[in-house]
Design a protein around this ligand. Sequence first.
Ligand code: PSV
Ligand code: MN
Ligand code: MN
Length: 390
Amino acid sequence: MSTLLTPDARAVLERLAIEVPSWAYGNSGTRFKVFGTPGTPRDPFEKISDAAQVHRHTGLAPAVALHIPWDLVDDFAALKAHAETEGVALGTINSNTFQDDDYKLGSLAHADDRIRRKAIDHHLACIDIMDLTGSRDLKIWLADGSNYPGQADLRDRQDRLQDSLQRIYERLGEEQRLVLEYKFFEPAFYHTDVPDWGTSYAQVSALGERALVCLDTGHHAPGTNIEFIVMQLLRLGKLGSFDFNSRFYADDDLIVGAADPFQLFRILVEVVRGGGLEADSPVAFMLDQCHNIEDKIPGQIRSVLNVQEMAARALLLDRDALGAAQAAGDVLSANGVFMDAFQTDVRPALAEWRESRGLPADPMAAYASSGYFERIAAERVGGTQASWGA
Ligand code: PSV
Ligand code: MN
Ligand code: MN
C-alpha cells in the first residue's frame, strides 16, 4: 500500500461526502440550445437512481440535493424510501423564486407585500418538504435585483429581505439550517440583493446560529481570491456550504476542478486549515453543475473525484515546513512547500486506497462497463429538461 496518504489523511478522506444535485441528471443547456441525451430521467425518482450510480462507484456522494418545484412529487416519503433503496439519502432542499412571472421584480425583497408573502410561503412549503425528507439544509439563492439605476430603493430591499428571511428562519426545526447563497450578477445586471459574501454574512448573522453562508465557486468576479473568502467565513464560523463548479467566464457551471485545478487546491487548503473537513465540521460540500454536452453521470463521477483528488493533495501539505518557512519570512521556501503538495500526483495512491475499501480503482471505467447507461437509454424516452442553466 502506498504510504503517500497518511492514516490521518485517510481518515479525513473516508468521511469526505459530496452532495450531488438532482438537476445535473436532466437535460440542460444555454439559452441557445438544450441538447437532449439518451436515458435522461423522466422524473425525480429516476434522477435519484442516476445520482446513486455516482455513489455506487465512488463512495463519495451519499446524498442528493433537490430543487423545488423541479423535484416536486406527490409523495416525498416514497421518494425518500426510493433513495434509501438506491443507497443514498435526500439532502439539501433548494428553493426556487426565479421562474414565476410574479417574481419579475424580485421575491423575498419585493416591494409588493402579496408577492413577498408568496415567496415566503414557498420557503415555508420547502421546510415542510424538509420535514418529510429528513433534509438538514434549506438553500436560498435569490435572483432578486434590478437592471437600472433608480429602479429600486436598495436600502428598503435589504430591510424587506431581512424581514422575509426572519419569517423563514423562525419556521426551521431545531436540527435544520438555512444557507444563503450569493452571486454577483445575473439575472439582474445593475444590482443584486445578495451579491457577495459580506451581504450574505450580514443577513444570516442577524438571523441566528443556524443561518450560514453558501459559497458557490462560480459566483465571483474574475480574479476574486475565493480561498480568502473561504478562510474568512470559516474563521467567523459562518461557512455553511459549498456549491462546487468551475467557470471560465461567468456562472458557467462546468465540472469542478476543470477550469482551474490550482484554485480548487487553494480552496481546499483553506478548508483543511479552517477545520472544514473535521468530523464535526458544519460545512456541507455540494456540486451545482450542469452537463450540457458531456454525459451526465460520468460528468458527476469525474467531478466528485476531482474534489477528492484536490482534498488529498491539500492533506499532503507539510504544515510544519510551511509554518517554519512562513515564520522565517522565507518566501520562496514557503511557496515551494505549497507547490510541492499541489504538484504531487495522488491518483495511483487514491486508486489503491479505493480498492482496499471495496470500491473500483477506476470509477469512470467501472461505470462505463456497468451497463447502466445502455439500460436507461433503452428504457427511458422523453426525459426532462433540468433547468435554465443558472
Ligand atoms: C444560481 O445561479 C444557482 O447557483 C443556485 O444555486 C440555483 O439554485 C442553481 O444555480 C440552479 O441551477
Ligand atoms: Mn449555486
Ligand atoms: Mn449559479
